[in-house]
Ligand binder design. Structure first.
Ligand code: ES4
Ligand code: ZN
Length: 325
């Protein structure tokens, strides 16, 4: 068994995946055509040239624009199924996937329709590929707080269809505590709590997410490395970091993969796992992220450890988890 295949077959969970970030350019153009959405690109080649990002915002601009091609429940089902089909060949047994309802609502869609489409795809993925999954409603932190509150209000009556609440989008200037009330309400609904922090923002935002949102996992979190006390806390409280190597490189959060502080944080006892973030934008799905780390010297034993961490860090029941480990 060569290394490449070994990394594809390692049983793993994906815990940091924006389902809209799995929208491949081909599908975006097909949906634009089908749904009568006009995009300022003449061709696939023209669109492909837009995927050169200099920071988080330069990516978000394209990501939000292409999200506008998603219009119907079938579009969301097809999007989810295309993702699950890809990762079914990459060892993924379970996925906890983000969606950005505020953006869909601002595009005129009904959040319940979006969820129905995604849940149908997730249900079908269980039947076809045996992959279990859950939905994380992610707050888009650079949109007005009342738009976050209003999507929460719209889905409260179907709280069991949602696994958790998240926090994503442009980080700097939008500290976690702005959403304390929404995270409290989510907790009352029985949802788990995660938050993007320490991607472009500082370690203090990670602390903010832990103290004020009571986040159970931190998405990215790599800037935690600048604060030794925080690293000790992440280790002792067993707060996993869902890291995304290809994302960090493509958004120039790090100059090169060698500069990612993963070894450092693992040595301090922080639970690190590997994810794709927005695979259609960053040059690869989850196994490609494992392979990229292998390319900069991570051993099979370290990578297996991270795959095992991804299952430990998931929100599935102990019974389901034991079956995967
Ligand atoms: C995202 Cl890479 C990343 N960071 C923050 N928010 C996001 N939403 C989608 N991808
Ligand atoms: Zn993300």
């Amino acid at each position: 068994l060569n290394m490449h295949t070994a990394l594809e077959t390692l049983p793993k969970s994906e815990l940091h995946l924006h389902i809209e970030g799995s929208l491949e350019p081909e599908l975006a153009l097909e949906l634009a055509d089908r749904n009568g959405v006009s995009l300022p690109y003449d061709s696939l080649a023209d669109l492909r040239e837009q995927y050169q990002f200099t920071n988080l915002q330069s990516f978000l601009d394209l990501y939000y624009e292409l999200m506008g091609t998603l219009k119907t429940a079938d579009d969301f089902r097809d999007l989810a199924l295309a993702y699950f089909k890809k990762v079914s060949a990459q060892g993924v047994k379970h996925a906890e996937i983000f969606f950005d309802p505020q953006v869909h609502v601002s595009n005129g869609l009904d959040v319940n329709m979006v969820m129905d489409g995604l849940l149908e795809g997730m249900h079908e993925a269980k039947a076809r590929y045996g992959i279990t999954s859950g939905l994380i409603l992610s707050i888009v932190r650079d949109m007005p707080v009342d738009t976050a509150q209003s999507v929460l209000d719209s889905v409260k009556n179907r709280a069991d269809d949602i696994l958790g609440i998240g926090l994503d989008s442009a980080e700097v200037g939008y500290p976690p505590h702005l959403f304390t009330k929404q995270f409290e309400e989510a907790t009352a609904l029985g949802w788990h709590r995660v938050a993007h922090a320490g991607e472009e923002g500082p370690a203090s935002y990670v602390i903010d997410a832990l103290d004020n949102l009571h986040a159970e996992r931190i998405d990215h979190g790599i800037h935690s490395v600048t604060d030794a006390t925080l690293l000790e806390r992440l280790a002792s409280e067993r707060i996993p970091l869902t890291t995304c190597p290809l994302s960090n490189r493509r958004l120039q959060v790090v100059g090169s993969l060698e500069n990612l502080p993963l070894h450092n944080m693992m040595e301090q006892g922080v639970l690190i796992n590997v994810n794709s973030d927005d695979p259609a934008y960053f040059g690869g799905y989850i196994a490609d992220n494992y392979q990229a780390l292998e390319g900069v010297g991570f051993t099979l034993s370290e990578l297996s450890n991270m795959a095992e961490n991804s299952i430990t860090a998931s929100f599935i029941s102990d019974v389901e988890r034991d079956a995967l480990l």
